[in-house]
Design a protein around this ligand. Structure first.
Ligand SMILES: NC(=O)c1ccc[n+]([C@@H]2O[C@H](COP(=O)([O-])OP(=O)(O)OC[C@H]3O[C@@H](n4cnc5c(N)ncnc54)[C@H](OP(=O)(O)O)[C@@H]3O)[C@@H](O)[C@H]2O)c1
Length: 411
């Protein structure tokens, strides 16, 4: 019998994910095309996106999506190929992204699969990063309902995905509609990065929440990661000055020499607090925060009156048994700071236009991405997720589930 592997949540971690304990690999019979219902496809993952938010999904706590339940396939998005189809939209051989979970194969309704359309200088992994993957609340519901519920003994909570939030009224100007180039079969990589969720997060976070404008001084934490690296490049396009914070000298050099950041500081250096004070003497207009913790406190201490704090994430606290809040929070009052959190899926109705503009910037060479691909199959995903919180990646972290012969040479 032919089989495929999937990674299931075995035990909730209380702090760090423990390889061999938090998740377990299970073997499942390969689905047959003849068993598909109308509108379903069999999706084969090539590259799985690993995201810091995954640690949050393991917590049994109220959030913007329900937690992954014990025994469920771990939630995740991938770019890959349709290998079986009863959908007129996705014939066998189509490249697509889907919220398919940590699995080599998945049966997915075509409502929750998205075609990959990319600029010619992109690869399909970029659909999980800069150019926007499909992991929105709708597809998370779809993932829970169509993949997990019928196939595995769980009570899925897909119907609980009601955040009570309506989409924010965008402050963005209408975007010039440049047509996207069609993906060529050998351009897989970019489907997961610049065009993916992290690219869209950067886009709406800095443009709509941050309201960046020419002359602003912007500080970005987690700057060499998938989201932060795009934030800084959009700031440069808009005429702002950007200081990036990252965990190694090599990452800082990449930000300045390759991506055009004005300056970058290694936050792990002993002199970082002094270097940070020196670099922010003129005070901060926008702080785009991906990490929280001590760095957020330092930024609060250097905020300009009426500055904007874009609260995107707080990775320094995700594995902590008890998260630390900022000590300097009274600066929010004293400096009249506008501090706003956001979830990228709030902007789902504007994804198409945002991707179009990101794709245009990519094709003009104004935005660059980098992929950090962990090879060796699905079994590597657990350790790779642990390593994400240690800063192993520059750019977007992906796990190669199954190399695609057509696209391998580009990655
Ligand atoms: N609000 C939303 O809708 C939304 C959507 C997507 C992502 N996010 C958030 O955006 C942030 C970035 O996500 P991403 O997918 O782009 O990941 P990423 O930045 O590509 O990867 C995470 C990076 O965080 C840094 N890091 C890890 N632990 C840290 C610590 N203790 N202190 C400071 N930096 C640390 C590491 O780089 P260093 O070497 O520099 O430490 C690592 O490479 C995360 O907080 C994520 O939760 C939010």
């Amino acid at each position: 019998m032919s089989t495929f592997n999937a990674v299931h949540l075995a035990k909730r971690p209380t702090s760090d994910i423990i390889p061999g304990e938090t998740f377990e690999v299970k073997v499942h019979p390969t689905p047959k095309e003849t068993d598909l219902k109308d509108g379903q496809v069999i999706f084969q993952s090539n590259y799985l996106s690993l995201d810091p938010a995954m640690r949050g999904w393991l917590k049994d706590a109220r959030s913007y999506v329900p937690p992954v339940k014990i025994g469920e396939i771990m939630r995740g998005a991938a770019v890959g190929k349709v290998v079986g189809s009863k959908s007129s939209k996705f014939p066998v051989g189509s490249y697509a992204t889907a919220t398919c979970g940590w699995a080599e194969l998945a049966v997915v309704s075509d409502k929750y699969v998205e075609k990959v359309e990319l600029p010619s200088n992109a690869s399909i992994a970029d659909s999980l990063g800069i150019l926007g993957t499909h992991m929105d609340c709708r597809s998370l519901c779809g993932y829970l309902e169509t993949i997990l519920r019928p196939r595995f003994p769980i009570t899925s909570s897909g119907d609980l995905i009601k955040t009570g939030l309506s989409a924010p009224r965008s402050r963005l100007q209408p975007i010039n509609r440049t047509p996207l180039f069609k993906i060529s079969d050998n351009s897989h990589g970019f489907a997961l990065t610049t065009q993916g969720l992290t690219g869209l997060t950067a886009y709406f976070g800095i443009l709509d929440v941050g309201q960046v404008k020419a002359g602003d001084f912007v500080v970005v934490s987690g700057a060499a990661g998938a989201t932060g690296s795009v934030v800084g490049q959009i700031c440069k396009i808009k005429g702002a000055r950007v200081l990036g914070l990252a965990g190694t000298d090599d990452k800082c050099a990449w930000l300045i020499n390759e991506l055009g950041f004005d300056a970058a500081l290694n936050y792990k250096e002993q002199n970082f607090p002094k270097n940070f004070r020196d670099a922010t003497k003129g005070l901060i207009d926008i702080f785009f925060d991906n990490v929280g913790g001590d760095i957020l406190d330092m930024a609060l201490g250097r905020a300009k009156p009426h500055s904007r704090f874009v609260m995107c994430g707080g990775i320094s606290q995700y594995n902590a048994a008890e998260a630390k809040g900022p000590k300097n929070y009274m600066m929010i009052v004293a400096m009249r700071i506008r501090m706003q959190g956001f979830i990228v899926t709030d902007y789902e109705s504007q994804f198409v236009e945002a991707r179009r503009e990101l794709a245009q910037w990519m094709s003009e060479g104004k935005i660059k991405g980098k992929l950090h691909i962990v090879r060796g199959g699905l079994e590597k995903a657990e350790q790779a997720l642990v390593d994400l919180y240690k800063g192993v990646n520059t750019g977007k972290l992906l796990v190669e589930i199954k190399p695609d012969a057509d696209t391998k040479s580009k990655l």
